[in-house]
Design a protein around this ligand. Structure first.
Ligand code: GLC
Ligand code: GLC
Length: 814
C-alpha cells in the first residue's frame, strides 16, 4: 500500500494521506542552520548543534506522536470552526491534503471549507532563518472572515537541560515583542549573545508568548484557547514556557489570494553591542532588522527559493543515470544522493531516531559518509578529512567521536575501536581519486588537536595502518579492541551491570579477541595505500604495504576461514564466532562482504563459496540479515549484539549498511543479476508499494529492517542518518553501473544484469563532462571502450585535456 507517489520530474515525493504509518521526515538547510520537518509540520530547528543551540522544542516519546512543530491554525470567524492546514495538531479532516517532500524544502497544501492553504517551508542558502511561505485562497463565493494563528514553542537552547532542569528553567524565559516580531531572549541577559526571532509579514491583531495563556490550562496543541476563542491574550512570557504566536485577521473577497510570510531565525550580536544602549536590557536589533525586512518580502523569498533549486540541481547533475530500472534511476538521480548529503551534514545527530543530544560525529561514520558525497562537495570533503585527521592520536588510533562545535575528540567515549583509523585511508584515497588533489597529503595536521604535533596527512595514513600491525592477536589477526564496525560485538566488555555502556566498558585486557572483519578492512585499506604510494612516488612504501596485504590475506585464509565462509572473530577465550561450530551466530554478513571486497581468496573458490552461504543462510525477501541463527539469549562474552531480541538491530536484523558490501562482492565475482537483485530488495523506492509493512519513508534508506526472526519482519526503523546511504550509493554507481574514479581517469567496468540491454550516465569529473553510453552486445562482463570514437586499451577513460570538455564514451559489454 502507498501513501503517496514519486514525482520524478519535480524531484518530489508527494504524500497524499497525512496519517502515514510514522511521521515522514525531510530536512531543511545545508550548512549552519537546519530544520527537521515531518509531513504534518512537526519537527524542530537548530543552529549548528542540535543539542546546544536548539531554537524550538520537540517532545520525543510524546503521545500523540510528533509534537513540537511549525504550527498554523485557521479559524473561520463566522462558523467559529478552526483547523490546521497541515492536519496536525488539530487533526481535523482536510480535503486535498498533499505534502511535497522536496530537496531542501517541504510544501504542505490542503483545503477546508473552501479555504485553500499552501505553505512552503525552506531555509535560504547561507541564512540562519527558515521561511514559511503561506498562500491562502478563498475559494468561496462569499467573503471569508479568517483568523490566522501561528505558533512555535521555544527551546531554552540546550535541549538536554531544557528537558530536565525545570527548577531553573521555569524561571528564566524572556521575550520581547516589537511590531510583528517576537524575540526569544532567554539567557541573553547573561552569557549568551544570540537570540531567536519569529516574524510575520502582516500587521498583527494580537500575539501570545506564554504557552499556557495561548493553550489555556490543561489543554493541548489540538485546541488552543486563543484559537478557539479567536482572541490572543497578548501575553508576555516571564518564566514558564515561552512561545511565539501571531494572530492575523484576514477578510478575504471571493477568489482572493493572500500571501503571508513567517520567519523563524537565529541571530548573534557582537558581544560588546548586545543591547540597545548602555544599561539597557533591550536587544540591539540593528543587525537583525535588515535581514528580517529582506525576507519578509515575497520577491526576496521567491529569489531565495530559486537559488535553492539551482543549488540542488547543480549538485545532482554531477551523476545522472538512465537505466531500464526506474527504482535505480530515481534513487541514484535524486533520493540516494540527497540522503548522502543530509547524512554528511548531520552525521548521526538529529533525526526522529537520534535525539540530537547524544552522539557527536563518528570517526568511522564520517569517513564512510564521505564516500557518498565527495563528488558533489569536494571542498567540504577536504575540510572534513582534515578535521577527522586532527582527532587522530599519535598511536594511529582515533577518538571514536568528535564534537562538531569544538572539533575535539570526545573524551567520554574515548578510542580503542580498532577499525576506526583504517576508514581514514578509504576516505582520503576516495577524495584524491575524485579530485586529483595530492597536495592534501602534505597538509600538516596535529594529533589530538595538539599544537606542535603536526605531521603530513600521508603520515597519518601510515600510522592508521601501523596501528593495526601493532595490535595483532594470537592468530596474527587484528585485535578487536572495544568493537569494530559492529559496535555491538563487544568481546572485551563482559558487562553484567544493567545500564552500563557496552561501548565504553572494558573488563578484559583485549589481548586475545580478534576480528576477521578488521583483517578484511586492513587488506582493503593497505592495498589502497600501496596504490596511492605508487602514484605519489613512494615506491618503497608501496612495496612494504603490498607485502603487508599478502601476509594478512594468508593469515585470514589460514585462521579466518571456516570451510564455507569467513569467520567473524575469536572471542576472549579464543573461541570462534561465526563458525558452523557455534550453536547461534554461525555466519555473519560483514566479513563475507569485507574480505571479498579486499580480494582475499579471490584466486580460489572462497569468494564464491562465501557468497553462496550468504544467499543460502542470510537472504530474506526484505534483504540480507546480519547473522544467523539469531542469538536467543544474552551472552556475557559477546555483549550488546545478544542484548537485542532476535531479528532486531545487530542481532540478525537486516542492517542495511552491510548489504551493499555483498552487492559489491557479487559484482567483483561478475554476478550482475545477483547484485541488482540484492540492491532492489532494500531499495526504498522498490519498497514503496509495501509502505504499510516498511512503514518508514519510501524515499530514503533506514538503518535497519526487522529480520526474519522478528515478529515485524520487513518493518524499517531509524531512517535517514545511516552509513547505508553512502554504501548503497557506492554499490550502485561505482560497482553495478561501474563508473569509478581512479588516479588515472574514470574507470568504466559495469557489472549489470543480463536483461539490461543498455544504459547511459552523465558524469562530471575533474572538470569535464563524460557522456557514457553503455550497450550490451554479449552475455558477459567484458568491456571495450571508445573515447570520442577512438578505441582505448583497458577500462580507464584517460583524464580530460581541458576544463568543461565534453567527452563521449561508448562502451560495449560482451
Ligand atoms: C551504527 C553506528 C556505526 C556502526 C553500526 C553497526 O550505525 O553509527 O558506527 O558501524 O551501527 O554497529
Ligand atoms: C547502539 C546501537 C548501535 C550503534 C551504537 C553507537 O549500540 O545499537 O547501532 O552503533 O549504539 O553508539
Amino acid at each position: 500500500m502507498r501513501f503517496g507517489y514519486f514525482d520524478d520530474e519535480n524531484r518530489e515525493y508527494v504524500i497524499t494521506q497525512p496519517d502515514t504509518p510514522l511521521p515522514w521526515l525531510n530536512y531543511l538547510g545545508d550548512e549552519d542552520y537546519f530544520g527537521l520537518i515531518s509531513n504534518t509540520a512537526g519537527g524542530y530547528t537548530f543552529y549548528r548543534d542540535a543539542r546546544l543551540r536548539r531554537l524550538t522544542r520537540y517532545r520525543y516519546n510524546n503521545v500523540p506522536t510528533d509534537r513540537g512543530g511549525r504550527y498554523l491554525y485557521l479559524r473561520d470567524n463566522q462558523s467559529e470552526q478552526y483547523w490546521s492546514p497541515t492536519w496536525q495538531p488539530t487533526g481535523r479532516q482536510l480535503e486535498n491534503y498533499a505534502c511535497h517532500v522536496g530537496l531542501g524544502y517541504t510544501k504542505i497544501s490542503s483545503e477546508y471549507s473552501d479555504i485553500k492553504a499552501e505553505i512552503r517551508y525552506f531555509i535560504p542558502l547561507g541564512q540562519t532563518l527558515e521561511v514559511w511561505q503561506l498562500h491562502l485562497t478563498n475559494q468561496r463565493e462569499k467573503t471569508a472572515d479568517i483568523s490566522l494563528f501561528s505558533c512555535v514553542e521555544f527551546c531554552l537552547w540546550d535541549a538536554l537541560d531544557d528537558a530536565t532542569n525545570f527548577q531553573r528553567n521555569l524561571n528564566i524565559g524572556e521575550v520581547e515583542v516589537e511590531d510583528s516580531v517576537i524575540y526569544h531572549k532567554t539567557e541573553y541577559r547573561e552569557r549568551r549573545n544570540h537570540f531567536a526571532y519569529f516574524a510575520c509579514s502582516e500587521p498583527v491583531d494580537g500575539f501570545d508568548t506564554q504557552r499556557d495563556s495561548f493553550l489555556g490550562a490543561y489543554r493541548g496543541w489540538d485546541k488552543p484557547q486563543s484559537v478557539e476563542s479567536g482572541v490572543s491574550s497578548n501575553s508576555i512570557a516571564h518564566g514558564w514556557s515561552p512561545i511565539g504566536s501571531h494572530h492575523v485577521h484576514l477578510v478575504m473577497e471571493p477568489g482572493e489570494v493572500r500571501k503571508v510570510n513567517f520567519l523563524l531565525g537565529y541571530q548573534e550580536n557582537p558581544a560588546d553591542s548586545k543591547f540597545e544602549s548602555e544599561g539597557s536590557q533591550i536587544i540591539n536589533k540593528q543587525f537583525v532588522l535588515p535581514t528580517i525586512k529582506r525576507f519578509l518580502k515575497s520577491s526576496e523569498v521567491e529569489a531565495a527559493f530559486a537559488e535553492l533549486s539551482t543549488y540542488w540541481n547543480d549538485l545532482l547533475s554531477i551523476y545522472q543515470v538512465k537505466t531500464p530500472d526506474e527504482h535505480t534511476n530515481r534513487m541514484v538521480n535524486i533520493w540516494n544522493a540527497y540522503q548522502c548529503l543530509i547524512t554528511f551534514n548531520l552525521s548521526r545527530s538529529a533525526s526522529y531516531y537520534e535525539s540530537g543530544i547524544g552522539r557527536g560525529m563518528g570517526f568511522r561514520d564520517s569517513n564512510q559518509d564521505l564516500l557518498g558525497f565527495v563528488h558533489m562537495l569536494p571542498g567540504r570533503a577536504r575540510q572534513r578529512i582534515l578535521d577527522l585527521a586532527a582527532t587522530q592520536l599519535e598511536s594511529g588510533g582515533a577518538y571514536h567521536q568528535y564534537q562538531p562545535l569544538t572539533k575535539r575528540g570526545n573524551d567520554a567515549v574515548g578510542g580503542n575501536f580498532n577499525d576506526d583509523p583504517l576508514w581514514l585511508v578509504l576516505s582520503v584515497t576516495a577524495y584524491i581519486k575524485e579530485t586529483g588533489d595530492f597536495d592534501i597529503l602534505e597538509e600538516l595536521i596535529p594529533f589530538d588537536n595538539q599544537p606542535g604535533s603536526e605531521r603530513p596527512l600521508y603520515e597519518h595514513l601510515q600510522r592508521s595502518i601501523q596501528y593495526t600491525l601493532d595490535r595483532l592477536g594470537p592468530h596474527g589477526l587484528p585485535l578487536i579492541g572495544r568493537a569494530d564496525w559492529n559496535d555491538c560485538l563487544n568481546l572485551n566488555t563482559f558487562s553484567s551491570e544493567p545500564g552500563e555502556s557496552f561501548q565504553t566498558t572494558t573488563a578484559m585486557d583485549g589481548k586475545t579477541a580478534e576480528s576477521v572483519f578488521i583483517a578484511g578492512l586492513f587488506v582493503l585499506a593497505v592495498t589502497e595505500l600501496a596504490e596511492l604510494a605508487d602514484v605519489y612516488g613512494k615506491s618503497v612504501d608501496a612495496g612494504i604495504y603490498r607485502d603487508a596485504a599478502v601476509d594478512m590475506k594468508d593469515t585470514t585464509l589460514q585462521h579466518g576461514w571456516d570451510g564455507d565462509w569467513f569467520l567473524r572473530a575469536y572471542d576472549h577465550y579464543g573461541q570462534k564466532i561465526g563458525s558452523n561450530q557455534n550453536q547461534e551466530g554461525q555466519i555473519f554478513i560483514e566479513p563475507q562482504g569485507m574480505c571479498i571486497m579486499a580480494g582475499i581468496g579471490r584466486n580460489g573458490s572462497h569468494a564464491e563459496s562465501a557468497l553462496m552461504a550468504v544467499q543460502k543462510r542470510l537472504l530474506t525477501t526484505h534483504g540480507i540479515v546480519l547473522q544467523q541463527p539469531a542469538y536467543s539469549k544474552y551472552y556475557l562474552q559477546l555483549g550488546e549484539i545478544s542484548s537485542y531480541p532476535p531479528g532486531y538491530k545487530e542481532n540478525a536484523g537486516i542492517f542495511c549498511h552491510t548489504n551493499p558490501w555483498i552487492m559489491i562482492a557479487e559484482t567483483i565475482q561478475g554476478n550482475g543479476d545477483q547484485a541488482l537483485d540484492y540492491y532492489l530488495r532494500i531499495n526504498p523506492s522498490q519498497r514503496e508499494a509495501i509502505s504499510e509493512i516498511h512503514r518508514c519513508e519510501p524515499y530514503v534508506y533506514a538503518q535497519m529492517i526487522a529480520g526474519r526472526d522478528a515478529p515485524t519482519h520487513g518493518e524499517a526503523k531509524n531512517s535517514w542518518l545511516s552509513g547505508t546511504a553512502a554504501w548503497n550509493y557506492v554499490a550502485i554507481t561505482q560497482w553495478i553501473l561501474g563508473i569509478r574514479p581512479s588516479y588515472k581517469g574514470l574507470q568504466v567496468e559495469p557489472v549489470i544484469p543480463k536483461s539490461w540491454s543498455d544504459f547511459s550516465v552523465r558524469r562530471k569529473y575533474r572538470g569535464a563532462i563524460y557522456n557514457i553510453e553503455v550497450k550490451r552486445v554479449g552475455p558477459g562482463n567484458q568491456v571495450s571502450i571508445e573515447v570520442d570514437g577512438k578505441a582505448v586499451d583497458g577500462t580507464v577513460v584517460p583524464l580530460p585535456q581541458s576544463d568543461g570538455q565534453q567527452v563521449h564514451v561508448s562502451v560495449a559489454i560482451k
